[in-house]
Design a protein around this ligand. Structure first.
Ligand code: M6P
Ligand code: ZN
Length: 181
């Protein structure tokens, strides 16, 4: 990666050279358990769930990935918009998550099924250690912006997250929902 300095805002980050990737509901519909609701939404529109702004890393393994992600506010049935969620293929590589704006949850789950949840909001920094899958859930009413830093040699492992049935709700919501069923 080249040297850069930027305000921690999407506009400034794009001007500094970031690339943008857009994730829509039709690409990620399998994340949500309420299929009928997914189909109902998709009949009218294909909402953007989140956008990732990534500063292009050099191909060198020792470089860093430094992304701002904007996770929009919304729900699909009971489940708030969330990132796809992934493990890192090399369990020795962790990730730093720094909240910038809005409020949400960093959900961590390891291969033993242990779960931890940390807040993602302005002024909070969290670390997802190697071996812990991670997903961010926007539990607020406004867009959630966060900065994520990991090693550029990190390979996203989405399959393990699917196999382990990665959680999609903060614990207290899940309890509330099952208590009401
Ligand atoms: C953060 C980082 C990225 C990740 C992105 C979206 O910016 O964790 O590595 O790609 O969020 O998350 P996901 O890939 O799980 O959809
Ligand atoms: Zn990661």
């Amino acid at each position: 990666m080249k040297n850069f300095t930027s305000e921690l805002s999407v506009g400034a980050y794009l001007k500094a050279g970031a690339n943008k990737t857009v994730r829509t509901l039709s690409q990620l519909k399998d994340l949500y358990s309420n299929r009928e609701e997914v189909n109902r939404i998709l009949e009218n529109e294909d909402p953007v769930l989140y956008e990732v702004f990534e500063m292009p890393p050099s191909p060198k393994e020792t470089d860093l990935l430094v992304n701002i992600t904007v996770l929009h506010a919304g729900v699909v049935g009971e489940e708030p918009f969330m990132t796809k969620g992934h493990f890192h293929q090399d369990p020795d590589t962790g990730e730093v998550v720094i909240g910038l704006k809005g409020s949400g949850i960093l959900l961590l789950q390891n291969r033993k099924g242990e779960i931890q949840e940390f807040p993602v909001e302005e002024g909070k920094v969290s670390y997802a250690a190697g071996g812990w899958g991670h997903r961010v859930i926007n539990t607020g009413k406004e867009d959630l912006h966060f900065l994520a830093i990991s090693g550029a040699n990190m390979i996203h492992d989405y399959e393990t997250a699917v196999k382990l049935n990665f959680k999609s709700l903060p614990v207290e919501n899940k309890e509330r929902i099952s208590a009401n069923e």
